[in-house]
Ligand binder design. Structure first.
Ligand SMILES: C[S@@+](CC[C@H](N)C(=O)[O-])C[C@H]1O[C@@H](n2cnc3c(N)ncnc32)[C@H](O)[C@@H]1O
Length: 220
């Protein structure tokens, strides 16, 4: 098992990471490196590079340099950005760069062709429920013990992959006797499909399917 290396240019960010990671034995060997992400960045050869909520803090040339360095170093690259129109645009830009570097899109897209969303009309994003500490609640002025964090992402691999046939790109709408699924498909195209009770097992699967899941479910 290879250790994790975390790069950040801010010592307080590294210190906070170290503190959070201390509670997790799997992260005991993590290396914390102070390093500036920019044209001079080199990344050691590795299995996976994740770039999470960082592209939005960089200039356009530094974003490009980071994605290129990640593609050069890794077998797989995962980019995550806030699930906003701008975050989505940065993910698409990074996706294009990864494809140019010879990578294959593993998720969320079921294909490596151009995104079927007409620019400016919508943005591909998903949602993850994250727990809020009482400090979070105080700082953000919220009262719930969780929040639904919207994010956009792309996962790409150097080796060819077999992506899901389609992906659920909105929260499924469950109606009486039917489930409406908004799918991104291989064509590539966006399509709404209605799965009804008549579909039997597929209907039961649709009722258990979440926003962001592959469709149909693996093995189904
Ligand atoms: C929103 S935080 C995300 C942190 C972490 N990746 C995560 O997902 O929780 C963005 C981080 O990027 C770091 N950062 C911004 N510009 C940077 C640069 N040019 N070089 C290195 N780190 C940078 C900031 O110090 C900050 O810790």
């Amino acid at each position: 098992e290879r250790p994790v290396t975390v790069l950040d240019w801010a010592e307080p960010a590294l210190a906070l990471g170290r503190e959070l990671a201390a509670a997790n034995p799997a992260l005991r060997d993590t290396r914390w490196h102070r390093s500036r992400i920019g044209a001079a960045l080199t990344i050691e050869s590795t299995d996976l590079v994740t770039v999470s909520y960082v592209l939005n803090e960089l200039t356009a040339p530094d974003r490009a340099a980071l994605v290129d360095a990640a593609a050069h170093a890794a077998q797989a690259v995962v980019i995550v950005e806030p699930g906003t129109p701008d975050g989505y645009a940065r993910v698409i830009e990074a996706r294009d760069r990864l494809i140019s570097a010879g990578f294959h899109v593993a998720a969320p897209c079921p294909h490596g062709a151009a995104c079927p969303i007409a620019p400016g009309t919508d943005w591909c994003h998903f949602s993850a429920r994250v727990s809020r500490s009482s400090l979070h609640r105080q700082v953000k002025g919220g009262s719930l013990a969780y929040e639904d964090e919207k994010f956009s992402y792309v996962a790409a691999t150097r080796l060819p992959v077999d992506p899901a046939p389609a992906r659920v790109v909105r929260k499924p709408q469950i109606r009486k006797g039917q489930v409406l699924l908004d799918l991104c498909e291989k064509d590539p195209a966006l399509r709404r499909t209605t799965v009804t009770k008549r579909h039997g097992d597929l209907y039961r699967a649709a009722r258990d399917t979440d926003w962001g899941d592959p469709w149909p479910p693996a093995g189904g």
